[in-house]
Design a protein around this ligand. Sequence first.
Ligand code: GDP
Ligand code: MG
Length: 161
Amino acid sequence: SLPRVVIVGRPNVGKSTLFNRLIGHRVAITDPTPGVTRDPVEARWDREAGPVMLIDTGGYKLDHKDLDELVTLRSLRTLNDADCIVLVLDVTEITPEDESFIEHLRPYTERVIVAVNKVDHETREALVYNFHSLGFSRVIGISSAHGLGIQDLVDGITEII
Ligand code: GDP
Ligand code: MG
């Protein structure tokens, strides 16, 4: 079966926007309302480096409304089964929910790449530097909405798988 690349992060950081950007067309549903997620989404992503399954974890929430997203991730063994984990953060704010994701990803550090999203313009580029202190060796500033930094992210994923 194909290697699995799993996109994780709290609601509204831009997971689904990134998923669609990587796949090259709209599969995941994006919504400006935090926490709005719909169907679980997986799609085959035909990278230059070879095909993988790309998983947008935000979509699992609807089926598990009573569980928080982290519990859901664990119950689905999503992190254990991942060959690469893309942690999406928002360059404009880190919340306690982000910290919680960060701590849960510690056991998988070598598989993690941090995608600092919403780096829409150069003024935000300097802020990405702060995210290196989180303890993950791979940190890439991206703008999923505008397509910036995506190739660097793809290259980083290729280093992992
Ligand atoms: P998810 O909940 O993590 O799946 O986030 P979504 O992909 O649904 O995006 C949440 C909101 O952030 C939407 O309003 C998106 O348009 C917006 N968004 C996503 N990526 C970017 C980005 O690179 N820059 C900016 N400024 N907004 C973004
Ligand atoms: Mg989403």
